[in-house]
Design a protein around this ligand. Structure first.
Ligand code: AMP
Ligand code: MG
Length: 408
C-alpha cells in the first residue's frame, strides 16, 4: 500500500512540483532597511532623476573647453567655489569654477579638469592640457530617468537593490509576506546534538541543514523537532503544523518501509503522492496537502535531503515567494574526472572547480558520493550533473551548478 507508483525524471519531478506552487498574495510595506532577502510585490518606478543634475566626478575646476589657449597652457581666474551640496551660478566667460565631487556643474561649463592636472597661482588656475568637452561630468539621469521602472515585481532584494531603492528616495517598499514553513523530522534513531548518543542512534543533522536552507531563503520557520516513528505522533504534529504554515517540510519516513508513517499520516488529513525520482542522491520525495496546506516530504539521508531541497524545494519556495527567476544558472565545464558506470538515475555529484596543470579549470568530484556522506557537500562548491545512461571522460563538458545558485 505504501509502494510509490511513479518513477519520474528529475526534470519531470521539478515541473510537477512547480505546477503546485502558489505565490503568497499578501503584501506588506516594510522599511527599506529591513528589505534584504524580501521579494518585491510591485514594480518600482522612480519619481526622481538620478543623478538629479550634471555633476562633477572629480575634485577640480569646471571650465568651458572653448576658453582654451591654443598657444599652450590656459590660465583662468577662479570665479566661484562650488562644494557638494550647493549650487553655483552660471560660469563667467573666461574663468574657471573650483568644484568638488558631486557638486553640480554650473551652466556654461562643459568639462571638469582634475585638480591633479592643474597648478594654482594666487587667484588663478593654470591648466596644462584642456580636456575634451564632457570630461569628468556625470550626466543628469545617466543612472535613472524619472518615470522609469527601476525594478520589476518578483525581484529578491539584495544589498544592491536596497541601495537602488534608497537612491530613488523610497524609505519603504511593498514586499510579499514571508513564507511560513513548518519543519519536522521523523525517525526513532534521530537524536538532538547536545544529547548523548545511544547505540543505533544518529544526530539530527537534517534539522540544521534544512533550517539553514530555509532561513537563507528568508522563510519564517516553525521547527517541530523530532517526531517518533508512529502514526499518532505524526498525525498530531501535522494537525498543529497545517494551520500555522504555508508549507510543511519533513525529512525521513518517505521510503517504503513499515516504519515510514508519513504517508498514512498525511493521507488521514489530506492527500499524498509518493514520487520515485530517478536521481542520486534522492529518489523518494512526497508531495501532498494537509487540510489544504502543501506538504513536501524529503528523504532522510542527509545528502539526499540537502540535494532534493536545493533542486526541487528551493525553486518551489521561490515561486511561492513570488520570485520570477527560479532556475539556477549552470555552466558547461570540462571534467577533471572519469565516470565509467552509467546508470538509469541522474547523478548530482558533489563537485568543485580546480585549476588544472594546463592552466584551465576543471570539475573535480568528491571520492565518496554516498547519500549519507555530508562531508561531500562541505567539500564541494556545487553539483555536477551526470545524465542517465552516460559516462564521462576527462575533458568532456559537464553541467556544473555552483552552490551560490542553489542556496539562499
Ligand atoms: P528514512 O528516509 O527515514 O528511511 O531515512 C534514511 C536515512 O537517513 C536513515 O539512515 C536515517 O537514519 C537517516 N536520517 C533520517 N533522518 C535524519 C536526520 N534528521 N538527520 C540525519 N540523518 C537522518
Ligand atoms: Mg526513517
Amino acid at each position: 500500500m505504501n509502494e510509490p507508483k511513479k518513477m519520474l525524471s528529475a526534470d519531470e519531478a521539478l515541473e510537477l512540483l512547480l505546477s503546485h506552487a502558489r505565490p503568497i498574495d499578501e503584501v506588506e510595506r516594510i522599511h527599506t532597511t529591513h528589505a534584504l532577502g524580501r521579494v518585491l510585490a510591485e514594480p518600482l518606478v522612480s519619481s526622481v532623476t538620478v543623478p538629479p543634475l550634471d555633476n562633477s566626478a572629480m575634485d577640480g575646476y569646471a571650465v568651458a573647453c572653448a576658453s582654451q589657449n591654443p598657444g599652450g597652457e590656459t590660465r583662468l581666474r577662479v570665479s566661484q567655489r562650488i562644494p557638494a551640496g550647493s549650487v553655483g551660478h552660471a560660469l563667467e566667460a573666461g574663468t574657471a569654477a573650483r568644484i568638488f565631487t558631486g557638486a553640480p556643474v554650473p551652466p556654461g561649463a562643459d568639462a571638469v579638469v582634475m585638480q591633479e592636472d592643474c597648478r594654482v597661482d594666487g587667484e588663478e588656475v593654470i591648466i596644462g592640457a584642456m580636456p575634451k568637452s564632457g570630461a569628468n561630468i556625470r550626466r543628469a539621469g545617466e543612472d535613472i530617468a524619472a518615470g522609469s521602472e527601476v525594478l520589476p515585481a518578483g525581484v529578491r532584494i539584495r544589498p544592491q537593490e536596497m541601495g537602488l531603492i534608497a537612491s530613488i528616495g523610497l524609505a519603504d517598499v511593498p514586499v510579499r509576506r514571508k513564507l511560513r514553513v513548518a519543519l519536522f523530522f521523523t525517525g526513532d534513531e534521530i537524536v538532538m546534538p547536545g544529547e548523548p548518543l545511544e547505540a543505533g542512534e544518529i544526530y539530527n543533522s537534517n534539522r540544521y541543514t534544512l533550517l539553514g536552507l530555509l532561513e537563507g531563503m528568508g522563510c519564517r520557520v516553525a521547527d517541530y523537532g523530532i517526531v517518533p516513528d508512529s502514526l499518532e505522533a505524526t498525525v498530531n504534529v501535522l494537525k498543529q503544523a497545517w494551520h500555522e504554515a504555508d508549507l510543511i517540510v519533513t525529512s525521513g519516513g518517505v521510503s517504503v518501509g513499515e516504519e515510514d508513517h508519513v504517508k498514512a499520516a498525511v493521507e488521514s488529513l489530506g492527500s499524498l503522492d509518493m514520487w520515485k525520482v530517478a536521481m542520486k542522491p534522492g529518489k523518494p520525495i512526497a508531495h501532498g496537502t494537509v487540510q489544504g496546506t502543501p506538504f513536501i516530504g524529503l528523504p532522510g539521508n542527509p545528502v539526499s535531503a540537502f540535494a532534493t531541497f536545493c533542486l526541487f524545494v528551493r525553486p518551489y519556495i521561490l515561486r511561492c515567494q513570488g520570485v520570477e527567476k527560479t532556475a539556477p544558472r549552470s555552466y558547461a565545464l570540462p571534467a577533471a574526472f572519469e565516470w565509467k558506470k552509467s546508470g538509469p538515475r541522474r547523478e548530482f555529484v558533489r563537485a568543485r572547480l580546480e585549476s588544472q596543470a594546463d592552466g584551465g579549470i576543471g570539475i573535480a568530484i568528491y571520492p565518496n558520493q554516498g547519500s549519507g556522506v555530508l562531508t561531500s557537500a562541505v567539500w564541494g562548491e556545487g553539483l555536477a550533473e551526470i545524465h542517465e545512461s552516460t559516462t564521462v571522460a576527462r575533458g568532456d563538458l559537464v553541467k556544473f551548478t555552483p552552490f551560490s545558485e542553489l542556496l539562499g
